[in-house]
Design a protein around this ligand. Structure first.
Ligand code: SF4
Length: 691
């Protein structure tokens, strides 16, 4: 056996280090890396089964044009010509890229540079829009930048961990193990705030099953309690603007919106107030909401008011769903951001990036966010669309409409590792990309640690890295010098140099200390938390009270709880929540290859409370039809008190490929947060009947 190679897990934003050893027959032994700071050798079930998912079944091995295999030269020229011709006839905003938190940072950087710098449109958005765009908006409103203040060590050093809209035990299992280790070592208390009783509740000291979407009311109640209990940090509040208005809004809000008893709210507030080292972890239950940004700010308000931020064992902590959601945020892969946390709408920032890239003028306004983008595709406003490593025909809300929009688009390119997805089947041009364990680059995890992904398996067939495909299309569109990269290390150096300019302009993101890495240095790059510059390295932000708004202060934001956009009524009497299960990932294109993982929960299901089941005459394992105004699904009923009466839960993983009748996002309305553009995926309405 060869010596093991250090790399990073393909799945969630914990970003666990793995040791990969090819077996010489196309297989791979995967172990946890004891030296990686994120996991210290631990892996969850998905990470441990990665070796079972590297086979070549279903792999896309050559470019295909309308189903017919063609060579790379013809494929790339066709893509470049179709995009160039569309832009020439209809303008730069008639084309779009929809990319993915699965991309490596170097791929992401090139895609963003091509669209914003050289095509001259901001129509690049990412499936991370569905994942944590509300956190990006909340961070920027509070801090002036999209900065994660803390580190994973804070979970080890906290005395209270509050999980808000996060089933950490299943969705970020290795972080949950760290919390349990802290509990064993120092007695850390755990509170879960979630309408549903999840696996994370099993070890919790308190579970607050609040009404769906009412998080703002709960954190407003906490802010009021902190003031009344004398728990504000007056010294830290000198670094914060907006306290009075925020408190006024909190006082005017109604804690009864949470559906919790006064005793439950009081017990939570007393626990929070009485514990200095509090980390509030939040995830998709907060983000995937028509009020997601306000929910984030409601949480940040409490930490800012008490100075519980940027110090050991305390702070708000967003945990991301994808391996490189954070890298995508850093390179500006969202339609409303620029590279290195620079601002698209700031003329000085645009000028700096334009000068650095030696590009044409950058777009002055944000591009189309994911939901808007697919609506524009459906209207025919977007005429050429490039989808990279994501499956929007399944994962977008109102998925049937998205599927129809893609099918009707003039020219659709899909880069992926497989042609067997609902989206890939709609492509005019399919481009084979290298997969995890076949490609080199970097990812950033939820605590700002940049880790290398390393190639240990050969690229199969004609598959190429995404950065190389994108750069070649850029060259063929006439932008030769800007995309003449020799490899990912060169892209990374350029990116690091741009971050140094951003840091000089007062931004948080700074990896300029890595800008001089040569090939050997890049190859050997150990996990490194940013910022990385001569004067700064890898620690927490904001403990010193310095923020990134003009004037250097943080901003508290007045927020008021609103109910979910879709109203439960006679026709659709159930609140439908969607989410992940422990052993599957997104639309199962990789985890579905592992028999071991599929054994955990083998088919799509609907969780239903016993009282509702009795009323509907539904027994355990019956098939039920679930209908919403947008669509319907047929699912296996599970009768459980984990959901409250009137609420149902269904997993999001199954697709038209694996279970044609169970595409749950076909039932979710395309309602979005007005600030972040993130869809409300956890509060649809539905009717349920026996099938
Ligand atoms: Fe991979 Fe996330 Fe599991 Fe770690 S916790 S092994 S990153 S899926």
């Amino acid at each position: 056996m060869r010596a093991a190679t250090r790399s990073t897990c393909a799945y969630c934003g914990v970003g666990c280090g793995v040791l990969l050893t090819p077996d010489g027959h196309g297989g791979l032994d995967v172990q946890g890396d004891p030296d990686h700071p994120a996991n210290r050798g631990r892996l969850c079930s998905k990470g441990a089964a990665l070796g079972e998912t590297v086979g070549l079944d279903e792999r896309l091995l050559a470019p295909r044009h309308h189903g017919r295999e063609i060579g790379w030269d013809a494929a790339l020229q066709t893509v470049a010509d179709r995009f160039a011709n569309t832009i020439a006839r209809h303008g730069p905003d008639s084309v779009a890229f929809y990319v993915s938190g699965q991309l490596l940072t170097e791929d992401y950087y090139v895609a963003n540079k091509l669209m914003k710098g050289f095509i001259g449109s901001a129509n690049i958005d990412t499936n991370s829009r569905l994942c944590m765009a509300s956190t990006v908006a909340g961070h920027r409103r509070a801090f002036g930048t999209d900065t994660v203040p803390g580190t994973y060590e804070d979970l080890d050093e906290a005395d209270l961990v509050v999980l808000v809209g996060s089933n950490l035990a299943w969705c970020h299992p290795v972080l949950y193990q760290r919390v349990l280790a802290a509990r064993a070592a120092r007695g850390t208390s755990i509170v879960v705030i979630d309408p549903r009783r999840t696996a994370s509740c099993e070890q919790a000291d308190m579970h607050l099953a609040l009404a769906p979407g009412s998080d703002v009311a709960l954190f407003n109640a906490l802010l009021v309690a902190l003031r009344e209990g004398g728990a504000l940090d007056e010294g830290f509040l000198r670094h914060v603007e907006g306290f009075d208005d925020t408190l006024e809004a909190a006082l005017a809000d109604d804690p009864a919106k949470t559906g919790l008893s006064a005793e439950e709210i009081d017990a939570f507030c007393r626990m929070w107030m009485g514990t200095e080292r509090v980390v509030t972890v939040f995830s998709q239950g907060v983000n995937q909401s028509a009020q997601g940004s306000d929910k984030v700010n409601a949480i940040l308000n409490c930490h800012l008011a008490t100075g519980r931020i940027g110090r050991p064992g305390m702070g708000p902590f967003s945990v991301t769903g994808q391996p490189n959601a954070m890298g995508g945020r850093e390179v500006g892969g969202l339609a409303n951001t620029l590279a290195c946390h620079l601002e698209l709408e700031d003329p000085a920032h645009r000028a700096a990036v334009q000068a650095f890239w030696e590009s044409g003028p950058l777009p002055q306004a944000p591009g189309l966010k994911a939901v808007e983008m697919f609506r524009a595709v459906g209207r025919g406003d977007i005429r050429a669309l490039w989808i990279i490593h994501t499956n929007p025909a399944v994962s977008m809300p109102d998925a049937d409409a998205v599927k129809a929009a893609i099918a009707g688009c003039d020219f659709v390119v899909v880069s992926d590792v497989t042609g067997a997805t609902d989206t890939a089947r709609l492509a005019d041009m399919l481009l084979p990309a290298t997969a995890w364990a076949e490609k080199d680059g970097t990812v950033t995890n939820s605590d700002r640690t940049i880790s290398r992904q390393r190639a240990v398996l050969p690229a199969p067939g004609a598959a190429r890295p995404d950065w190389a495909i994108l750069a070649e299309v850029g060259r063929r569109m006439g932008f030769h010098a800007a995309f003449d990269y020799a490899g990912p290390a060169e892209i990374f150096r350029e990116y690091a140099a741009l971050s140094g300019i951003a840091a000089q302009m007062g931004r948080d993101f700074d990896i300029s200390g890595l800008g001089a890495l040569d090939e050997a240095g890049y190859a050997a790059l150990p996990p490194t938390r940013w910022p990385v510059s001569p004067g700064r390295s890898g620690g927490r932000f904001f403990g010193d009270g310095r923020f990134f708004h003009p004037g250097g202060k943080a901003r508290m934001l007045p927020v008021t709880a609103r109910p979910p956009a879709a109203r439960v009524g006679r026709r659709y009497p159930f609140r439908l929540n969607t989410g992940r299960i422990r052993d599957q990932w997104h639309t199962m294109t990789r985890t579905g290859l592992s028999p071991r993982l599929s054994a955990h929960l083998a088919e799509p299901f609907l969780d239903l409370h016993p009282e509702d089941a009795a009323r509907l005459k539904v027994s355990a394992a019956d098939l039920v039809r679930v209908k919403s105004p947008e669509g319907q699904a047929i699912l296996r009923a599970r009768i459980t008190r984990d959901v409250a009466p009137g609420q149902v839960f269904a997993p999001m993983h199954w697709t038209g490929e694996t279970a044609p009748s169970a595409r749950i996002d076909a039932l979710v309305a395309a309602v979005t947060d007005p600030v972040s553009g993130q869809p409300e995926s956890k509060a649809a309405v539905a009717a349920v009947e026996r099938f």
